[in-house]
Design a protein around this ligand. Structure first.
Ligand SMILES: NC(=O)c1ccc[n+]([C@@H]2O[C@H](COP(=O)([O-])OP(=O)(O)OC[C@H]3O[C@@H](n4cnc5c(N)ncnc54)[C@H](O)[C@@H]3O)[C@@H](O)[C@H]2O)c1
Ligand SMILES: CC(C)[C@H](C(=O)O)[C@@H](O)C(=O)O
Ligand SMILES: [Mg+2]
Length: 359
């Protein structure tokens, strides 16, 4: 299927990891005759520097016209002092919201070769395969009112609103349950319904949705316990479904189970399966420009794009297999480095994945 992709490298390590992901895209495009085309655009700090806004109109228009979007990462200290509404992260949030990308899939899969790189004991994580389904366009990230106001006594007060309506909960619930059907048929809904009304409703609606999926088992867990269980016995989970902020936090925790946040890809889908694909990690300013960034999360995001939006599971599997091959070969960027073995650079890792795809 011919398709057009908007590539948004973003900031700091964003362009470094995206260079490798695009090389992988070039190879699969040829090998599988995919007829994919792509163009680059500006988002985040990179856009702010050129256009004065983190999400320029041109980027938004191209994003709407594209079949899929591939994103690196945005933000970093260079723009820490800019006004809140101009922060690079606002560009990313605007894109997710404007495109209705409510369904964020964050699969935490342990490649067996990386069992030693995980911060948990190998036996705790061996065979790990969790899918975190995070609601991405609602909750406390987008709730109104929000801001920082000055009280009568002159003290400042910051406030956000944690709000979900039934239809928002229902649509993320249906996505999670339908994905569970393709896996182990288990959904764990994560909330804080012992304290927050919004998640009392969340739990009720999840129960309603569950009635449409009698073959899928629903359980509930409070978010504090879920964070603990993720590092105690993560293999108990199949699909975890949760709201925007809890999902943000839990997915970074889950990332470390897989060896490194540099391994975790993501898909952000709208109701028609169109999507944006990006690593779960950020722009890693602390290692930018040093060739230390792990490009595999972004490369695996290309695989997710091929599977979920471009309907080419064969090409997706080829990329995942190539990643497995390079790990078998012992290649490791510094974040997943093994004691006594020299780490490889971002581009050397990209080279190896490209070579594995060609054979
Ligand atoms: N989707 C996104 O664009 C996104 C996601 C998260 C954070 N951010 C932004 O990124 C900036 C930095 O945030 P942060 O430092 O809290 O989180 P981060 O994910 O950028 O970095 C956290 C730690 O993980 C390491 N790391 C991240 N990605 C890596 C990779 N591919 N390979 C090796 N190591 C990697 C970093 O070096 C750092 O030590 C902030 O501006 C933040 O808002 C953007
Ligand atoms: C950069 C930020 C807005 C973003 C989020 O909080 O969603 C990031 O942390 C992520 O996980 O994609
Ligand atoms: Mg995050």
């Amino acid at each position: 299927m011919a398709a057009h992709i908007l590539v948004l490298p973003g900031d700091y390590i964003g362009p470094e990891i995206m260079t490798e992901a695009v090389r992988v895209l070039e190879v699969v495009n040829r090998r599988f005759n995919l007829e994919l085309t792509w163009e680059e655009g500006l988002l985040g700090g990179a856009a702010l520097d050129v256009h004065g806004v983190p999400l320029p109109t041109q980027t938004m228009e191209r994003a709407r016209a594209a079949d899929a979007i591939l994103l690196g990462a945005v933000g970093g200290p260079k723009w820490d002092a800019v006004e809140r509404h101009l922060r690079p992260e606002r560009g990313l949030l605007g894109l997710r919201s404007e495109l209705g990308l409510f369904g964020n899939l964050r699969p935490a899969i342990l490649y067996p070769q990386l069992a030693e790189a995980s911060s948990l004991k190998p036996e705790v994580v061996a065979g790990l395969d969790i899918l975190i389904v995070r609601e991405l366009t609602g909750g406390i990230y987008f709730g109104e009112p929000r801001g920082i106001r000055v009280l009568e006594n002159g003290e400042r007060e910051g406030f956000n609103t944690y709000v979900y309506n039934e239809s928002e909960i229902r649509r993320i619930g249906h996505l999670a349950f339908s994905l569970a059907r393709q896996r182990d048929h288990r959904v764990c809904s994560v909330d804080k319904s012992n304290v927050l009304e919004v998640t009392v409703l969340w739990r009720e609606v999840m129960e309603e949705v569950a009635r449409d999926y009698p073959d899928v088992t629903l359980s509930h867990m409070y978010v504090d316990n879920a964070a603990m269980q993720l590092v105690r016995a993560p293999k108990q989970f199949d699909v975890m479904v949760t709201g925007n902020m809890f999902g943000d936090i839990l997915s970074d925790a889950a990332a470390m189970l897989t060896g490194s946040i540099g391994m975790l890809p993501s898909a952000s889908l709208d109701r028609n399966g169109r999507g944006m694909y990006e690593p779960c990690h950020g722009s890693a300013p602390d290692i930018a420009g040093e060739g230390k960034a792990n490009p595999l999360a972004t490369i695996l995001s290309v695989a997710m794009m091929l599977r979920y939006t471009l309907a080419n599971p064969e090409a997706a599997a080829a990329i995942e297999q190539a990643v497995s091959t390079v790990l078998d070969q012992g290649l490791r960027t510094p974040d997943i480095q093994r004691a006594g073995v020299e780490a490889v650079s971002t581009s050397a890792m990209g080279d190896a994945v490209v070579a594995a795809l060609r054979t």
